[in-house]
Design a protein around this ligand. Structure first.
Ligand code: NDP
Length: 324
Protein backbone atom coordinates (compact mmCIF):
# COMPACT_ATOMS: atom_id res chain seq x y z
CA UNK A 1 0.00 0.00 0.00
CA UNK A 2 1.36 3.48 -0.88
CA UNK A 3 2.07 5.65 2.14
CA UNK A 4 1.29 9.37 2.07
CA UNK A 5 3.69 12.06 3.23
CA UNK A 6 2.25 15.06 5.10
CA UNK A 7 0.95 17.77 2.78
CA UNK A 8 -1.51 20.64 3.21
CA UNK A 9 -5.06 19.26 3.39
CA UNK A 10 -6.27 20.73 0.04
CA UNK A 11 -3.35 19.36 -2.04
CA UNK A 12 -3.67 15.71 -3.10
CA UNK A 13 -1.07 13.81 -1.10
CA UNK A 14 1.97 12.69 -3.08
CA UNK A 15 2.86 9.26 -1.77
CA UNK A 16 6.39 8.71 -0.52
CA UNK A 17 6.24 5.01 -1.41
CA UNK A 18 4.61 3.00 -4.18
CA UNK A 19 4.11 -0.42 -5.69
CA UNK A 20 6.91 -1.39 -8.07
CA UNK A 21 8.09 -4.59 -9.73
CA UNK A 22 11.75 -5.00 -8.74
CA UNK A 23 14.56 -7.54 -8.68
CA UNK A 24 17.49 -7.73 -6.30
CA UNK A 25 19.48 -10.38 -8.19
CA UNK A 26 19.67 -11.69 -11.76
CA UNK A 27 17.80 -14.86 -12.62
CA UNK A 28 14.63 -16.17 -14.24
CA UNK A 29 11.93 -13.48 -14.36
CA UNK A 30 9.41 -15.81 -12.70
CA UNK A 31 11.82 -16.29 -9.79
CA UNK A 32 13.46 -12.92 -9.17
CA UNK A 33 10.91 -10.29 -10.21
CA UNK A 34 8.76 -9.42 -7.19
CA UNK A 35 6.11 -6.84 -6.46
CA UNK A 36 7.53 -4.48 -3.84
CA UNK A 37 4.59 -2.72 -2.11
CA UNK A 38 6.80 -0.13 -0.45
CA UNK A 39 9.32 1.15 -3.02
CA UNK A 40 10.42 4.81 -2.64
CA UNK A 41 8.84 7.16 -5.18
CA UNK A 42 11.79 8.63 -7.16
CA UNK A 43 12.59 12.35 -7.05
CA UNK A 44 12.89 14.03 -10.50
CA UNK A 45 16.25 15.69 -11.29
CA UNK A 46 16.24 19.22 -12.71
CA UNK A 47 15.81 18.01 -16.33
CA UNK A 48 13.26 15.30 -15.43
CA UNK A 49 9.57 14.96 -14.66
CA UNK A 50 7.85 12.59 -12.25
CA UNK A 51 5.12 10.62 -14.02
CA UNK A 52 2.13 8.82 -12.56
CA UNK A 53 2.37 5.75 -14.76
CA UNK A 54 -0.91 4.77 -16.42
CA UNK A 55 0.47 2.19 -18.87
CA UNK A 56 3.84 0.61 -19.61
CA UNK A 57 4.98 -1.61 -22.47
CA UNK A 58 7.54 -4.37 -22.14
CA UNK A 59 10.37 -5.27 -24.50
CA UNK A 60 12.76 -8.21 -24.87
CA UNK A 61 15.50 -6.08 -23.29
CA UNK A 62 13.54 -6.18 -20.01
CA UNK A 63 13.77 -9.97 -19.56
CA UNK A 64 17.28 -10.06 -21.05
CA UNK A 65 18.44 -7.58 -18.39
CA UNK A 66 16.57 -9.33 -15.56
CA UNK A 67 18.39 -12.53 -16.51
CA UNK A 68 21.74 -10.69 -16.66
CA UNK A 69 22.25 -11.56 -20.34
CA UNK A 70 22.97 -8.08 -21.75
CA UNK A 71 25.55 -8.33 -24.51
CA UNK A 72 25.79 -4.58 -24.99
CA UNK A 73 25.75 -3.49 -21.35
CA UNK A 74 24.85 0.07 -20.48
CA UNK A 75 27.92 2.09 -19.64
CA UNK A 76 26.40 2.88 -16.28
CA UNK A 77 25.89 -0.09 -13.94
CA UNK A 78 22.63 0.13 -12.06
CA UNK A 79 22.61 -0.98 -8.42
CA UNK A 80 19.93 -3.37 -7.08
CA UNK A 81 17.01 -3.20 -6.49
CA UNK A 82 16.19 -2.59 -10.15
CA UNK A 83 12.75 -1.70 -11.47
CA UNK A 84 12.57 -2.72 -15.15
CA UNK A 85 10.59 -1.06 -17.95
CA UNK A 86 11.51 1.56 -20.57
CA UNK A 87 8.20 2.42 -22.24
CA UNK A 88 5.81 4.64 -20.34
CA UNK A 89 2.59 6.61 -20.80
CA UNK A 90 1.15 8.62 -17.96
CA UNK A 91 0.51 11.99 -16.38
CA UNK A 92 3.16 14.47 -15.19
CA UNK A 93 2.77 15.05 -11.44
CA UNK A 94 5.98 16.97 -10.71
CA UNK A 95 8.53 18.83 -12.84
CA UNK A 96 12.24 19.42 -12.24
CA UNK A 97 13.43 23.03 -11.96
CA UNK A 98 14.90 23.11 -15.49
CA UNK A 99 11.99 21.50 -17.34
CA UNK A 100 10.50 23.70 -20.08
CA UNK A 101 8.37 21.42 -22.24
CA UNK A 102 5.97 19.98 -19.65
CA UNK A 103 3.84 21.03 -16.70
CA UNK A 104 1.89 19.14 -14.06
CA UNK A 105 -1.17 17.43 -15.52
CA UNK A 106 0.33 16.91 -19.02
CA UNK A 107 -0.31 13.52 -20.61
CA UNK A 108 3.02 12.22 -21.86
CA UNK A 109 4.66 9.15 -23.34
CA UNK A 110 8.21 8.15 -24.03
CA UNK A 111 11.21 6.32 -22.63
CA UNK A 112 12.66 6.05 -19.16
CA UNK A 113 16.45 6.02 -18.81
CA UNK A 114 18.15 2.71 -18.00
CA UNK A 115 19.73 4.05 -14.82
CA UNK A 116 16.44 5.29 -13.35
CA UNK A 117 13.48 3.54 -11.72
CA UNK A 118 11.73 1.83 -14.66
CA UNK A 119 8.14 2.12 -15.82
CA UNK A 120 6.84 -1.06 -14.16
CA UNK A 121 5.91 1.00 -11.13
CA UNK A 122 3.20 3.41 -10.05
CA UNK A 123 5.57 6.37 -10.55
CA UNK A 124 8.68 6.85 -12.67
CA UNK A 125 10.96 9.70 -13.68
CA UNK A 126 12.02 10.52 -17.23
CA UNK A 127 14.12 13.21 -18.87
CA UNK A 128 11.98 15.77 -20.64
CA UNK A 129 13.98 14.98 -23.79
CA UNK A 130 12.88 11.35 -23.65
CA UNK A 131 9.20 12.30 -23.68
CA UNK A 132 6.59 13.87 -25.91
CA UNK A 133 2.97 14.90 -25.38
CA UNK A 134 0.68 11.89 -25.84
CA UNK A 135 -1.11 12.10 -29.20
CA UNK A 136 -4.73 12.88 -28.22
CA UNK A 137 -6.13 10.21 -30.55
CA UNK A 138 -4.29 7.46 -28.67
CA UNK A 139 -5.16 5.92 -25.30
CA UNK A 140 -2.46 5.43 -22.67
CA UNK A 141 -2.06 1.71 -23.46
CA UNK A 142 -1.59 2.46 -27.16
CA UNK A 143 0.84 5.30 -26.46
CA UNK A 144 2.94 3.16 -24.12
CA UNK A 145 3.33 0.60 -26.94
CA UNK A 146 5.12 3.07 -29.17
CA UNK A 147 8.40 4.65 -27.96
CA UNK A 148 11.14 1.99 -27.88
CA UNK A 149 9.79 -0.08 -30.77
CA UNK A 150 9.02 2.78 -33.17
CA UNK A 151 12.36 4.48 -32.47
CA UNK A 152 14.13 1.17 -33.17
CA UNK A 153 12.15 0.88 -36.40
CA UNK A 154 12.84 4.46 -37.49
CA UNK A 155 16.43 4.63 -36.25
CA UNK A 156 17.55 1.48 -38.07
CA UNK A 157 15.76 2.48 -41.29
CA UNK A 158 17.53 5.82 -41.10
CA UNK A 159 20.88 4.15 -40.45
CA UNK A 160 20.53 1.76 -43.40
CA UNK A 161 19.50 4.70 -45.60
CA UNK A 162 16.17 3.45 -46.96
CA UNK A 163 14.96 5.97 -49.51
CA UNK A 164 11.68 6.62 -51.31
CA UNK A 165 10.93 4.19 -54.11
CA UNK A 166 13.16 1.41 -52.75
CA UNK A 167 12.02 -2.09 -51.86
CA UNK A 168 12.41 -3.61 -48.42
CA UNK A 169 12.09 -7.06 -46.86
CA UNK A 170 11.21 -7.08 -43.15
CA UNK A 171 12.11 -10.25 -41.24
CA UNK A 172 9.92 -10.69 -38.15
CA UNK A 173 7.25 -8.18 -39.19
CA UNK A 174 4.56 -9.25 -36.69
CA UNK A 175 6.55 -8.44 -33.54
CA UNK A 176 6.75 -5.27 -31.51
CA UNK A 177 9.44 -3.69 -33.69
CA UNK A 178 8.56 -5.34 -37.01
CA UNK A 179 4.95 -4.15 -36.93
CA UNK A 180 6.26 -0.57 -36.84
CA UNK A 181 9.02 -1.20 -39.42
CA UNK A 182 6.56 -2.13 -42.16
CA UNK A 183 4.43 0.98 -41.51
CA UNK A 184 7.32 3.41 -41.07
CA UNK A 185 9.11 2.04 -44.17
CA UNK A 186 6.01 2.60 -46.27
CA UNK A 187 4.52 5.82 -44.88
CA UNK A 188 7.53 7.71 -43.51
CA UNK A 189 10.34 6.59 -45.86
CA UNK A 190 8.15 5.97 -48.94
CA UNK A 191 9.25 2.40 -49.70
CA UNK A 192 7.70 1.21 -52.96
CA UNK A 193 7.41 -2.47 -52.01
CA UNK A 194 7.30 -3.89 -48.51
CA UNK A 195 7.76 -7.64 -48.22
CA UNK A 196 7.61 -9.30 -44.83
CA UNK A 197 7.88 -12.63 -43.04
CA UNK A 198 5.59 -14.06 -40.35
CA UNK A 199 3.89 -17.37 -39.56
CA UNK A 200 0.57 -18.29 -41.22
CA UNK A 201 -1.82 -16.86 -38.61
CA UNK A 202 -0.21 -13.45 -38.67
CA UNK A 203 -0.23 -12.77 -42.41
CA UNK A 204 -3.68 -11.14 -42.30
CA UNK A 205 -2.38 -8.55 -39.83
CA UNK A 206 0.59 -7.78 -42.09
CA UNK A 207 -1.77 -7.25 -45.01
CA UNK A 208 -3.76 -4.75 -42.93
CA UNK A 209 -0.52 -2.94 -42.03
CA UNK A 210 0.17 -2.43 -45.74
CA UNK A 211 2.60 -5.26 -46.56
CA UNK A 212 2.62 -5.85 -50.33
CA UNK A 213 4.30 -9.24 -50.37
CA UNK A 214 3.49 -11.73 -47.62
CA UNK A 215 6.00 -14.50 -46.90
CA UNK A 216 4.85 -17.34 -44.66
CA UNK A 217 8.14 -18.49 -43.16
CA UNK A 218 6.60 -21.85 -42.17
CA UNK A 219 6.13 -22.63 -45.88
CA UNK A 220 8.79 -20.63 -47.75
CA UNK A 221 12.41 -19.69 -47.28
CA UNK A 222 12.62 -15.99 -48.07
CA UNK A 223 16.12 -16.40 -49.51
CA UNK A 224 14.87 -18.91 -52.12
CA UNK A 225 12.36 -16.45 -53.63
CA UNK A 226 13.24 -14.82 -56.97
CA UNK A 227 12.53 -11.30 -55.59
CA UNK A 228 15.54 -9.44 -54.20
CA UNK A 229 15.42 -6.22 -52.17
CA UNK A 230 17.23 -2.89 -51.84
CA UNK A 231 17.08 -3.19 -48.04
CA UNK A 232 16.57 -6.08 -45.62
CA UNK A 233 15.55 -5.22 -42.03
CA UNK A 234 16.27 -8.14 -39.70
CA UNK A 235 14.26 -8.16 -36.46
CA UNK A 236 14.75 -11.90 -35.86
CA UNK A 237 18.49 -12.63 -35.94
CA UNK A 238 18.71 -13.95 -39.50
CA UNK A 239 21.28 -11.57 -40.95
CA UNK A 240 23.36 -14.40 -42.47
CA UNK A 241 20.41 -15.61 -44.53
CA UNK A 242 19.36 -12.01 -45.25
CA UNK A 243 22.30 -11.38 -47.60
CA UNK A 244 20.80 -13.91 -50.04
CA UNK A 245 17.63 -11.79 -50.31
CA UNK A 246 19.54 -8.56 -50.96
CA UNK A 247 19.86 -6.98 -54.41
CA UNK A 248 23.38 -6.35 -55.65
CA UNK A 249 24.43 -3.13 -53.94
CA UNK A 250 21.63 -3.53 -51.38
CA UNK A 251 21.96 -3.15 -47.62
CA UNK A 252 21.01 -5.11 -44.51
CA UNK A 253 20.38 -3.79 -41.04
CA UNK A 254 19.91 -6.05 -38.04
CA UNK A 255 18.69 -5.11 -34.58
CA UNK A 256 19.78 -8.47 -33.18
CA UNK A 257 23.49 -8.40 -32.39
CA UNK A 258 26.10 -9.56 -33.24
CA UNK A 259 24.92 -9.75 -36.88
CA UNK A 260 26.87 -11.17 -39.79
CA UNK A 261 28.66 -9.01 -42.38
CA UNK A 262 27.59 -7.22 -44.56
CA UNK A 263 24.72 -6.46 -42.14
CA UNK A 264 25.09 -3.31 -40.10
CA UNK A 265 23.97 -3.54 -36.49
CA UNK A 266 21.64 -0.93 -35.02
CA UNK A 267 21.33 -0.44 -31.27
CA UNK A 268 18.80 2.13 -30.07
CA UNK A 269 20.37 4.93 -28.11
CA UNK A 270 17.68 7.25 -26.77
CA UNK A 271 17.96 10.58 -28.61
CA UNK A 272 16.84 14.06 -27.66
CA UNK A 273 13.21 13.24 -28.35
CA UNK A 274 13.32 14.38 -31.98
CA UNK A 275 12.37 10.97 -33.37
CA UNK A 276 9.03 10.89 -31.50
CA UNK A 277 8.34 14.47 -32.58
CA UNK A 278 9.12 13.64 -36.20
CA UNK A 279 6.77 10.65 -36.11
CA UNK A 280 3.99 12.53 -34.35
CA UNK A 281 2.03 13.54 -37.53
CA UNK A 282 1.94 9.92 -38.68
CA UNK A 283 0.66 8.77 -35.28
CA UNK A 284 -1.91 11.57 -35.02
CA UNK A 285 -3.25 10.92 -38.50
CA UNK A 286 -3.45 7.17 -37.83
CA UNK A 287 -1.17 6.39 -40.81
CA UNK A 288 1.10 4.57 -38.36
CA UNK A 289 -0.69 2.67 -35.61
CA UNK A 290 0.55 0.70 -32.62
CA UNK A 291 -0.46 -2.96 -32.76
CA UNK A 292 -1.43 -4.37 -29.37
CA UNK A 293 -1.22 -8.10 -28.82
CA UNK A 294 -4.74 -9.63 -28.49
CA UNK A 295 -3.88 -10.86 -24.96
CA UNK A 296 -3.05 -7.30 -24.01
CA UNK A 297 -3.34 -5.31 -21.82
CA UNK A 298 -2.15 -7.34 -18.85
CA UNK A 299 -3.10 -5.80 -15.49
CA UNK A 300 -0.19 -4.55 -13.37
CA UNK A 301 -0.55 -7.53 -11.01
CA UNK A 302 0.08 -9.89 -14.00
CA UNK A 303 3.38 -8.31 -15.08
CA UNK A 304 5.39 -11.52 -14.61
CA UNK A 305 2.90 -13.44 -16.80
CA UNK A 306 3.18 -10.69 -19.41
CA UNK A 307 6.99 -10.97 -19.45
CA UNK A 308 6.79 -14.78 -19.68
CA UNK A 309 4.41 -14.42 -22.62
CA UNK A 310 6.73 -11.94 -24.37
CA UNK A 311 9.60 -14.36 -23.80
CA UNK A 312 7.81 -17.04 -25.89
CA UNK A 313 8.69 -14.74 -28.87
CA UNK A 314 5.20 -15.35 -30.26
CA UNK A 315 3.66 -12.01 -29.28
CA UNK A 316 1.81 -10.07 -31.97
CA UNK A 317 2.74 -6.39 -31.87
CA UNK A 318 3.30 -5.00 -28.38
CA UNK A 319 2.62 -6.38 -24.92
CA UNK A 320 1.28 -3.67 -22.64
CA UNK A 321 0.67 -3.43 -18.89
CA UNK A 322 -2.44 -1.38 -18.05
CA UNK A 323 -3.88 -0.08 -15.82
CA UNK A 324 -1.09 0.75 -13.38
P1 NDP B 1 8.92 -9.61 -30.15
O1 NDP B 1 9.03 -10.55 -29.01
O2 NDP B 1 7.78 -8.64 -30.18
O3 NDP B 1 8.87 -10.49 -31.50
C1 NDP B 1 7.93 -11.49 -31.57
C2 NDP B 1 7.58 -11.72 -33.02
O4 NDP B 1 8.69 -12.29 -33.70
C3 NDP B 1 6.40 -12.67 -33.19
O5 NDP B 1 5.29 -11.99 -33.77
C4 NDP B 1 6.95 -13.75 -34.10
O6 NDP B 1 6.05 -14.08 -35.13
C5 NDP B 1 8.19 -13.13 -34.72
N1 NDP B 1 9.14 -14.16 -35.08
C6 NDP B 1 9.80 -15.00 -34.25
N2 NDP B 1 10.59 -15.84 -34.97
C7 NDP B 1 10.42 -15.48 -36.29
C8 NDP B 1 10.96 -15.95 -37.52
N3 NDP B 1 11.82 -16.97 -37.55
N4 NDP B 1 10.58 -15.34 -38.66
C9 NDP B 1 9.69 -14.32 -38.65
N5 NDP B 1 9.14 -13.84 -37.52
C10 NDP B 1 9.50 -14.42 -36.36
O7 NDP B 1 10.28 -8.84 -30.25
P2 NDP B 1 10.59 -7.32 -30.71
O8 NDP B 1 9.96 -7.08 -32.02
O9 NDP B 1 10.30 -6.40 -29.60
O10 NDP B 1 12.16 -7.41 -30.88
C11 NDP B 1 12.71 -8.22 -31.92
C12 NDP B 1 14.19 -8.45 -31.65
O11 NDP B 1 14.87 -7.21 -31.71
C13 NDP B 1 14.49 -9.03 -30.26
O12 NDP B 1 15.57 -9.93 -30.38
C14 NDP B 1 14.94 -7.81 -29.45
O13 NDP B 1 15.81 -8.14 -28.40
C15 NDP B 1 15.62 -6.97 -30.51
N6 NDP B 1 15.58 -5.52 -30.25
C16 NDP B 1 16.73 -4.81 -30.43
C17 NDP B 1 16.74 -3.45 -30.26
C18 NDP B 1 17.99 -2.68 -30.54
O14 NDP B 1 18.12 -1.50 -30.18
N7 NDP B 1 18.97 -3.29 -31.20
C19 NDP B 1 15.56 -2.71 -29.79
C20 NDP B 1 14.36 -3.55 -29.70
C21 NDP B 1 14.40 -4.91 -29.90
P3 NDP B 1 5.63 -15.60 -35.36
O15 NDP B 1 4.84 -16.01 -34.15
O16 NDP B 1 4.85 -15.53 -36.62
O17 NDP B 1 6.91 -16.38 -35.46
Amino acid sequence: MATASTTPSSVPAMPSHMKAWAYTEHGKTTTVLKLNPNFPVPEPKSNQVLIKVVAAAINPIDYVKIEGRMVYEDAEQVPFPIVPGYDVAGVVVKVGSGVKKFKEGDEVYGMVEAKDVGSLAEYTTAQENGLDHKPPNLGFAEAAAIPLAIQTAYGALHKVGLSAGQSILVLGASGGVGSFVVQVAKHVFGASVVAATASTGKLELLKKLGVDMLIDYTKQNFEDLPEKFDVVYDAVGQSERASKAMKEGGKIVTIVPPGVSPAMVFILIPDDGTMLQKLRPYLESGKVVPVLDPKTPFPFSHTVEALSYLQTRRATGKVVIHPI
